[in-house]
Design a protein around this ligand. Structure first.
Ligand code: SF4
Ligand code: SF4
Length: 453
């Protein structure tokens, strides 16, 4: 830790955080801002493709803003505004959104919150939802809507082609339909300052794509569990295209590693959270410009600002990188579904896809899947816990066994290491097997499957 850290502010901040539990507490906390003093600032680095400007090492993503407790579809504007204000005051100057985030409300939210600040004091980025574009008119309509939703901000500092993952997709939308030329026209009109892209494909295609245009930046998933992260980073670093990281914690799952992985990290650096390990890992390699975080929770914003502050941030040393990768191996050993909770998938039948995977990972990912093999997981108590938590967490209409296999969610999901419908089938079969065994061994179920406690 750097000697410049304000130790008193840091310790007082941790104590202040521990005592705050309710939304009202958090709102008051941000008004007082007692966690860190005002001069506790996030580190900035010169922007690789425009070194006259600096960008903060931490960026605010608008994909998963905090939502109202009783309505997951509505942004909690008051609290989200305070979180963004906190980040801005502490030096964050990169704010990203997308056409589809929160059904378009994320763009409007960023417009309202950022328009209070001097326009040249931050970077604002948005994206063309590639998978929604079938004609040039689609792209024009979407871009017009985005300009309307963000009218107070006037222009996009960087506008990205969203979620490029295959040559044919890029070819069809941006070459054949002519969307890239259209975006260049928008640049000539001053509505866009720079063009970049977000990417989920292979390093082979990326090596071709980087030659297509002088891209201002690329946004890629990069974390210890993302197999395409490192090969893609190498392609971009070699081309000196600034790398912006999305999913540094795999959509939050790497902030909650399983028990063996947490123990491994704690043995190497007691007191450093898995989230700080993951965020520092993402920023520790050549070419990394900024790590984006959704920060839907107050604790995330406070911890991220602290992790990336000038006073605290250090890249992980080679030995620490090895420790972190070993911890990820321990985590992966139990094969959790690699869902990042990004919520791009839409199920017309109401299956709660990310919620089902989060629940599943809390058993499968911990090596706690009930079994019938006479081992430690062959236990009625574990079967009961498994079933109770499933039935109480996922409403009946949204469970895995309601998946029809229609594959309509396939297009939205950027992850290639799993198939939603295949995992749903596996989960439904496992729940069925566990339930049958539980009943056969004398267990009881009531109502719609909720067990008596
Ligand atoms: S495959 Fe299953 S989860 Fe996906 S959209 Fe169809 S019903 Fe929903
Ligand atoms: S299933 Fe895919 S699209 Fe849906 S939340 Fe998970 S990673 Fe995102």
């Amino acid at each position: 830790m750097n000697a410049r850290i304000n130790r008193r502010g840091f310790v007082a901040g941790a104590a202040a955080l521990a005592g705050l539990h309710t939304r009202a507490d958090w709102l008051k906390f941000f008004d007082r801002d007692e966690v860190e003093p005002e001069d506790f600032h996030v580190l900035r680095r010169p922007f690789g493709s425009d070194p006259s400007r600096e960008i903060s090492l931490l960026g605010c993503g608008g994909v998963r803003l905090c939502v109202e407790r009783n309505n997951q579809n509505r942004i909690d504007r008051e609290l989200a505004t305070k979180i963004f204000g906190y980040c801005y005051r502490h030096g964050v100057n990169f704010f990203d959104t997308g056409y589809v985030y929160h059904g378009g409300d994320s763009e409007k939210f960023l417009d309202s919150v950022l328009s209070k600040y001097p326009r040249d004091s931050f970077f604002f980025t948005d994206k063309m939802p590639t998978w929604h574009v079938k004609t040039l008119d689609d792209a024009k309509r979407i871009f017009r809507e985005q300009c309307e939703r963000t009218a107070a901000l006037g222009y996009f500092d960087v506008y990205m082609l969203h979620s490029i993952s295959s040559p044919s997709q890029y070819d069809n939308v941006y070459r054949k339909i002519g969307v890239l030329d259209y975006l260049k026209d928008m640049m000539a009109e001053g509505k866009i300052k720079r063009i970049g892209f977000s990417y989920h494909g292979t390093h082979k295609f990326l090596a071709e794509l980087v030659e297509e245009y002088p891209w201002a930046l690329t946004l890629i998933p990069f974390n210890g569990a993302e197999p395409k992260g490192e090969p893609n980073r190498q392609v971009l670093a070699a081309k000196k295209i600034p790398i912006f990281v999305m999913s540094p914690l795999g959509g939050g799952r790497l902030a909650h590693l399983n028990t063996p992985a947490r123990r491994h990290l704690a043995a190497a650096k007691p007191g450093v959270t898995p989230a700080e390990w993951g965020m520092r890992y993402a920023a520790s390699f050549e070419g990394m410009q900024t790590v984006l975080s959704g920060m839907s929770q107050v604790e995330q914003a406070v911890e991220n600002v602290r992790t990336f502050s000038r006073e605290r941030f250090e890249k992980l040393a080679e030995a620490d990188i090895a420790v972190y990768r070993e911890a990820i191996d321990l985590y992966n050993k139990y094969k959790p579904v690699a869902c990042t909770n990004c919520r791009y998938c839409e199920c017309p039948y109401g299956i709660q896809i990310p919620e089902v995977f989060t629940w599943w990972n809390s058993f499968q990912g911990e090596g706690r899947l009930p079994a019938d093999d006479g081992g430690p997981n062959d236990s009625q108590e574990l079967r009961r816990e498994f079933l109770v938590s499933y039935y109480n967490t996922i409403p009946e209409h949204a469970r895995a066994d309601r998946c029809t296999g229609c594959r309509k969610c396939k297009e939205g999901c950027p992850q290639w290491v799993f198939r939603i419908y295949t995992e749903m089938e596996k989960i439904a079969e496992t729940v069925k097997r566990v339930r049958e065994t539980y009943l056969a061994k004398g267990g009881r179920l009531t109502g719609k499957g909720v067990l008596p406690c």
